[in-house]
Design a binder for this molecule. Structure first.
Ligand SMILES: [Zn+2]
Ligand SMILES: [Zn+2]
Length: 334
């Protein structure tokens, strides 16, 4: 089968691309796994960080992609959860140990020995992938294959970031950066009655935010028109942490959604943290977060702004993501 792999991680530029296409045998599902024939795979910023070497590869020549929508086409021994022909989603969280102090206390997102799709195990930039059956999701029928893909990381991680941002009922939420994840999270917050302010430099993203019903849009580091109860930083840009903290009301929380963030400049305690402002990171998600989010997404009729690319143009999709040329979420289609 055709598969993309990260060869030598490094900057994506006009001459060089670390993502290369190879021929690989179709994988066989092991015990408790199922094989999935890939139909679509979302392109996440994490794939770009992995390709460019911001994230250290944990497996040489790994196939990226952790927003996989496909059809079960073979069951491994002892697999009972799915049937051949089922449409399922393969997310970022590929496996947890089940026995560490975090797993047994309902915090499997903090597992000490986790595995992640497209980082520790091969992901969905390929014709087939395999998944531990317990970590796959059933997908709401309301979403087609292209729409469903970005829900699996952009949606779920954004949802967890929203939970970690402690948004009160009817509260004021600031969103910094407005791409694949933020445009989904904003809709969940709006459906919950929040007033949402979006800070992004992209005019197309500002337009999309206004279409979705946010209260205001402004430049990437602009001050929102009112103090915020909660904020989420989606842009992987550490220099936005101080203005986002400064925009919080007393007792407010800033959640950082990404797995990677450039360096945060020095903070001033009085201006940025005093009066019980909190800075909160977000690490992966639990399967329960995923189930809750997918149910809520279907219930509120979440609108997914997706830009399809043919699977054989995954390199172009990553380049466009790097250049901020994707409005919404890029999705590879077979
Ligand atoms: Zn564990
Ligand atoms: Zn992701």
């Amino acid at each position: 089968m055709q598969a993309w792999v990260v060869d030598q991680p490094g900057p994506v530029d006009d001459e060089r691309h670390p993502l290369v296409r190879v021929e690989r045998p179709v994988p066989e599902p092991g015990p408790g796994e199922v094989r999935v024939r890939v139909r679509t795979c979302g392109v996440c910023r994490t794939d770009l960080h992995l390709t460019e070497g911001d994230l250290v590869p944990r497996r040489p020549r790994v196939t990226p992609g952790h927003e996989v929508v496909g059809v079960v086409d073979r069951l491994g021994s002892g697999s009972t959860r799915w049937r051949e022909g089922d449409r399922i989603g393969v997310p970022w969280l590929a496996h947890t140990c089940g026995i560490c102090r975090f797993c047994v206390s309902g915090r499997e997102n903090l597992c000490l020995r986790p595995r992640f799709t497209g980082w520790d195990v091969d992901g969905g930039y390929a014709a087939y992938t395999v998944v531990d059956e317990a970590y796959a999701y059933a997908l709401p029928e309301a979403f087609d294959d292209v729409e469903a893909a970005p829900l699996l990381c952009a949606g779920i991680i954004g949802y967890r970031a929203l939970l970690r941002a402690n948004l009160p009922e009817g509260g004021r939420l600031g969103i910094y950066g407005f791409g694949g994840s933020a445009h989904l999270t904003a809709q969940v917050a709006l459906a919950r009655g929040a007033r949402v302010h979006v800070m992004t430099r992209s005019p197309e993203a500002q337009r999309l935010a206004l279409e979705l019903g946010v209260a205001s849009v402004g430049d990437a580091d602009a001050a929102p028109p009112e103090p915020l109860d909660s904020a989420i930083l989606f842009a992987p840009v550490g220099t936005l942490v101080p203005p986002a903290l400064a925009a919080l009301d007393r007792g407010g929380t800033l959640a950082v959604a990404g797995i990677y963030l450039s360096d945060i400049p020095a903070l001033n305690y009085q201006e940025h943290l005093f009066e019980e402002r909190a800075l909160q990171s977000v690490t992966a998600n639990t399967r329960r977060d995923g189930e809750e989010f997918l149910a809520e997404a279907a219930r509120i009729g979440l609108r997914v702004s997706a830009v399809p690319y043919p699977m054989d143009r995954a390199d172009t999709a990553l380049r466009d993501l790097r250049d901020d040329r994707v409005n919404g979420a890029a999705v590879l289609v077979i």
